[in-house]
Write a protein that binds this ligand. Sequence first.
Ligand code: GDP
Length: 366
Amino acid sequence: GFKCGIVGLPNVGKSTLFNALTRTAAAQAANYPFCTIEPNTGEVAVPDPRLKRIADIAQSKEVIPTRISFVDIAGLVRGASKGEGLGNQFLANIREVDAIVHVLRCFEDDDITHVEGRIDPVADAETVETELMLADLESLERRILQTRKRATGKDKEAIAILPVMEKALALLQDGKPVRLLLPDLDVEERRILRSLNLLTSKPVLYVCNVAEGDAAAGNAHSAAVERMAKDQGAGSVVISAAIEAEVAQLPEDEAAEYLQAMGLEEPGLDRLIRAGYALLDLITFFTAGPKETRAWTVKKGAKAPEAAGEIHTDFERGFIRAQTIAYDDYVALGGEAAAREAGKARDEGKDYVVADGDIMLFKFNV
Ligand code: GDP
């Protein structure tokens, strides 16, 4: 599955937020199968209002959302790239995630020590990013020597990789994260960059952890983070970890009342989960029938056989074709049979690129 790693300096609210996520996951586990909870990983359902509409039309007995994982990556301190604190473990853990959720302290509280002795989330973000850039710089400088040698020796792979490495190195030496390269790379270069698995090439979502009273409107700190995120092409959400911790413990009706009293329409976690999902460049397709309506996840750009493979590897291997109905058609026409009659159920082959919201039925050989 797809994983977002939660990072940030000590005492910014990571554990509080993560515990709220896992409590939500635990509550969901009662309703949905396959929700696993490990000590530092919480797998949560992705809220999607389309699921219920499809399930109502298909008169499904069960509704099963798709899920993503959040991993609590503790241990970041200044000097992590030099192995300070749990530095090395920390960096190894980040390498394994698909995207970074970076929690920033945007609340004032004299009782809770800030490691740098002041509240400045933009400076905190730079501190963390600097450690990641230093780690990337070190690993790339080490690897590029080899690659340069191999490229001189006419090694084809090295010749292909080297220009991307050089671009990434130049950026890092300039004190900038590798992700800034992405808009200028073609598909093949992006694939190469991904294979280098650099920490600062992963997409980032900033989470502004604000005091309860600022949850609805944010504050000056979170506004500064939002500006920084926009400049970097990163995402940002405003959340009060304290509120989320509270909400995650309440029964559903009381949670709704509490949120309303706080001026919020939905749990911040729902916004966080959706933003994480978008950050990973994922899309959702559905399967629908009387037994269940279910949401599934694929990378944007995935073709029909890959989508089939999400359900079962046999479906991918024996893929013949997919009956596909666009979500809007499915809802407007009132279901599969009507969509078929109206000619809106398309037969798509192995080169079909799955669209977000597609309702799919796979034909396959076993
Ligand atoms: P971590 O070190 O980043 O995992 O931070 P924790 O989640 O353990 O939080 C550190 C301390 O800050 C704890 O005492 C939390 O209760 C407190 N805390 C977390 N979020 C908030 C918040 O939004 N407001 C206030 N006042 N305290 C918070």
